[in-house]
Ligand binder design. Sequence first.
Ligand code: ADP
Ligand code: GLC
Length: 486
Amino acid sequence: MMTSILSLASEAYPLIKTGGLADVVGAMPGALAPHGFRLTTMIPGYPEVLKALDSRQVVHRYDDLLGIEARLVAGTAYGLDLLVLESPELFSRGGSAYCDVTGRDWPDNWLRFGALGRAAADVALGKVSDLHPELLHAHDWQAAMAVAYLRYAGVAAIPSVVTIHNIAFPGRFPADVFPELGLPPEAFTIEGVEYYGGVGFLKAGLRAAAAITTVSPTYAEEIRKKAFGMGLEGLIAARRDHVFGIVNGIDTAIWNPATDPHLASVYDAGTLDRRKQNKRAVETAFGLAQGEGPVFCIISRLTTQKGMDVLASLADTLVAMGGRLALLGSGDAKLEASFAAAARRHPGRIGVRIGYDEALSHKLQGGADAILIPSRFEPCGLTQLYGLRYGCAPVATRTGGLADTIVDANEAALAAGVATGFLFDGVTADGLTHAIARAVAVYGNPTAWRLLQEQGMKADYSWNRSGKRYAELFRRLLKETHRSGR
Ligand code: ADP
Ligand code: GLC
């Protein structure tokens, strides 16, 4: 018998994705199935989600879900078991999952994700569908409120886990939304959902969850400190016995250079020469002059979290060092303009694609020599894991999941043949320049470079290990719940 888990999130690949959260939520059912867990993924009914359903059954109708009409639809898509909260008023709009067309957060995000949390709690309580999950797994602030609803439901509820993918997004709203959330008045305290005078969705979940996980061991340590905790460091430190860092895995079926349909030429660690064709394809796609020097790539949200401001200021330096740059990303308008200007200054050396393009991201990993990830903080990071698997060496900050998954090419590691990439401390122009220079130097030694690529490709970042860690945690929580007689 499989144990039923309700996995609640605001995105899931391939249905709806704005970042790594979707990759992880989409991969987790497959990661936990071998351990006896059957995950039902609950997500908002965005138009693209509803369109993708290959079966659908309305299991519950709400006339008044925090004042909104909504329906709960059970279905499947891409092999995922889904519960979709369908409410045109909340989720069928222009713009993106969280923002309007101008990039501003929807002003009623508290209602959109409050309603999602309320409905998920109803499912967890066995009130609105045939599903009787034994554990609730909530991802990030958009899902965390479900855990608070369970806590204040007034009955013994199933255990819940909140996973922090990024603590910089707390889901904080003004105090005047509190009465609209349908929680009892006593919930508005520092021990409940109150957060710096307002309502904190993530905070509310972190207080109430049986366990908190985050997506790498180093980030689990970092968020106890002021510099990373974004105001939640006190709570994280206080609950440290219940906080676990479990590094993300990657979906090795989707990210496999030996079978990837997006590549001009497929390859593996034994046939790295075949990457050359892919490098030519990258040069063509980004208007780069053909050459022998290294092609660096960027696949990223263009934000200060990702250190893209520092990178933009170093475009000329990178070219002067003999590098070329292919950038795929979107985000901050100023950064987009700055990279576009760099491309105009360096035709044939810097190519920029502003936008989001899943296929092109695969092409870059399969053809560029190195991927630049100078994040100021990085809870886990997935692009370095894809890079490692594709022989595209990561050049990254020593923080969060980047520090946990990349073996820096220092002298000792190079001599021992265990290096997989380049790490540097502190996101400064000097630090990043030095790291790029080190990459260019190792690239100049083909034997050393190939060894570095092979080492990265050998590393196992599949879900095997991490799936097991989540399964162990879930099992322990379920046992504790049974023991306490619930
Ligand atoms: P984050 O979730 O913080 O943005 P991650 O590294 O965890 O960072 O995940 C980013 C995900 O989004 C990866 O799957 C990456 O390949 C993808 N991605 C980011 N920007 C783009 C883009 N412009 N086009 C295609 N994929 C992108
Ligand atoms: C967040 C983090 C990123 C992580 C992803 C998936 O978007 O910024 O570091 O890899 O979630 O957990």
